[in-house]
Design a protein around this ligand. Structure first.
Ligand code: ZN
Length: 294
């Protein structure tokens, strides 16, 4: 009986902590935006936002002084397939759009693995419209050298060139993409990260542009839904986004536009994936000796 009561008490405390942290996040959001958008020496100063920084919020300038929008700041999300934007990046896109950032999406394939490329391109544009990205800011690369295929090795040189052209053409300030784990482990996702590591290692990313990678978490954490929030909160990250029930409905609606992808397990994903509610990002890390270009 004592054990049962202890478990119930722990669950209750955990749920209260989720609620408190969510409310705390809403107050911290302007500061988080400042960390990614307003630093004059962004690449040098991009350090991990420590737990201390989060609690030091009240000792900084007033919230009013810190409140900036991302007006005129251009953000680029780089993905591999149609549906990556809502399965993995929806919380971030929704929060950035809400903050008046100009969000662009670069999707490096048409998702043609089952010969549904044309349909999937339309689905992607529809999904982006729901998330707040207009069609003229969505670019889908349909190149035979970049097939939607978990066995295909995407050329680092080709991806790097496409990404760099896009960053320069749209004067991008912030790029968000996959980390070395690719979130789902898909090799096309990981290929994008390798290209960014290459670009960072050779200093090709413009000085006023930051690159942050979506953190790949363990499968246990991945399917805790919003209950994962306390774990993400206490671990270091450079930038993080959390959304509430109303925004979650929009994220879900965006995923429902990908009609060709709505298999039963993806419906479960919508319910249980933490990435539908929470995104955490880290600065890209580069070990020059391991970066190969081919
Ligand atoms: Zn993908």
């Amino acid at each position: 009986m004592f054990v049962l009561l202890s478990i119930i008490f722990c669950c209750f405390v955990y749920l209260i902590s989720v609620k408190l942290l969510y409310n705390r996040f809403k107050k911290l959001w302007p500061v988080l935006l400042n960390n990614v958008s307003l630093s004059p020496c962004t690449k040098k100063d991009l350090n991990v936002l420590s737990t201390y920084d989060r609690y030091d919020f009240n000792s900084r300038n007033s919230e009013k002084d810190n409140l900036h929008t991302l007006n005129d700041n251009r953000v680029l999300i780089v993905t591999a397939h149609p549906d990556d934007e809502c399965m993995f990046f929806a919380p971030t896109i929704l929060k950035l759009v809400e903050s008046n950032a100009l969000v662009h999406l670069l999707c490096l394939s048409s998702g043609n693995y089952y010969n549904q490329g044309d349909q999937r391109k339309k689905e992607l544009v529809d999904s982006c419209a729901v998330l707040g990205i207009p069609a003229n800011r969505v670019t889908i690369i349909d190149n035979k050298e970049l097939p939607d295929d978990p066995k295909a090795d995407w050329s680092t040189a080709l991806i790097s060139a496409l990404i760099l052209t896009h960053i320069r053409a749209h004067a991008i300030h912030l790029v968000l993409t996959f980390d070395e784990g690719g979130v789902s482990g898909h090799v096309n996702h990981i290929a994008i990260h390798k290209a960014f590591r290459y670009l960072v290692s050779v200093g090709r990313i413009p000085e006023d542009c930051q690159v942050l990678c979506l953190h790949t978490i363990s499968i246990f954490r991945k399917y805790l839904s919003v209950l994962e929030l306390p774990i993400s909160w206490f671990l270091p990250s450079s930038f993080y986004c959390v959304i509430g029930p109303e925004e979650y409905r929009r994220a879900k609606e965006a995923m429902l536009r990908h009609r060709s992808q709505l298999l039963w397990f993806r419906r479960l994903y919508l319910l249980f994936s933490r990435y539908m509610f929470i995104n955490t990002f880290r600065a890209i890390t580069v070990e020059t000796k391991n970066v190969k270009i081919y």
